[in-house]
Design a protein around this ligand. Structure first.
Ligand code: DX5
Ligand code: ZN
Length: 220
């Protein structure tokens, strides 16, 4: 069944606690925590300090590190409570090493790919990650339009994982709503990140239920 990961970038930061609770009540599976450094991406968001409090909500935190040289901060994010730490393949010279570092620190390891990055770079780290994150927008901002050229990349990764017998999750992030998520589900997405569309929905539970119903139908 598809898992839902609300992106905290879309919330009023002063109401963080309430908003996280609202998503947990609506049936979310993870909390997607977008970390931006103003270097790897143009924007700056929040860091490990706030994560320490966000992680107390009970939902497993999926920390999406949009930061250069993520190897410098892996342990700090795990210590702050992240259950999944996802680094960008483009942000490190040593992808294989940082994936090991994340697992050694006690979290699940994720690899994120920008829209312009080929899924080929996953080929030699198959088995070393637990989640592949396909960016369906250029990282840095919430509320952008999904880039359709990224849809087929999900299918390519699905086939690569299946051929290797890997059960890693495939997460998709950016511009997803109850309609734009459908082609990604058809291609094999297993975790859907939703920011502005989910937090802006009048009924978050109805949003999540609708996505789950479409997924159930597709995989019936
Ligand atoms: C973009 C972030 C996303 C973003 C998703 O750089 O990684 O997680 O917040 O937000 P929406 O769903 O609004 O595109
Ligand atoms: Zn993200």
């Amino acid at each position: 069944m598809i898992k839902l990961a609300p992106s905290m970038l879309a919330v009023n930061f002063l109401k963080l606690g309430e908003e996280i609770e609202r998503m947990a009540d609506a049936g979310a599976d993870y909390l997607h925590y977008d970390v931006m450094d103003g270097n790897f991406v143009p924007n700056i968001s929040f860091g490990q300090g706030i994560l320490k409090y966000a992680a107390k909500c009970g939902l497993p935190v999926d920390a999406h590190l949009m930061i250069a040289n993520p190897e410098k901060y892996v342990e700090e994010f795990v210590d702050a409570g992240a259950k999944i730490v996802t680094v960008h393949a483009e942000a490190t010279n040593h992808l294989h090493r940082v994936l090991q570092q994340i697992r050694n620190a006690g979290a699940l390891a994720g690899v994120a790919l920008n829209p312009g990055t080929s899924p080929e770079c996953l080929k030699y780290v198959l088995g070393d990650f637990d989640l592949a994150l396909v960016m369906s927008v250029n990282p840095g901002f919430g509320g952008q339009k999904m880039i359709p050229a990224t849809i087929n990349k999900v299918g390519e990764i699905r086939r690569m994982l299946d051929a290797a017998g890997c059960d890693a999750l495939i997460e998709v992030d950016g511009g997803l709503n109850t309609k734009t998520c459908i082609p990604f589900m058809e291609q094999g997405m297993t975790v859907m990140v939703a920011g502005s569309a989910l937090f802006g929905a009048s009924d978050a539970k109805a949003f999540i239920d609708e996505v789950r119903a479409v997924d159930a139908k597709l995989h019936a």
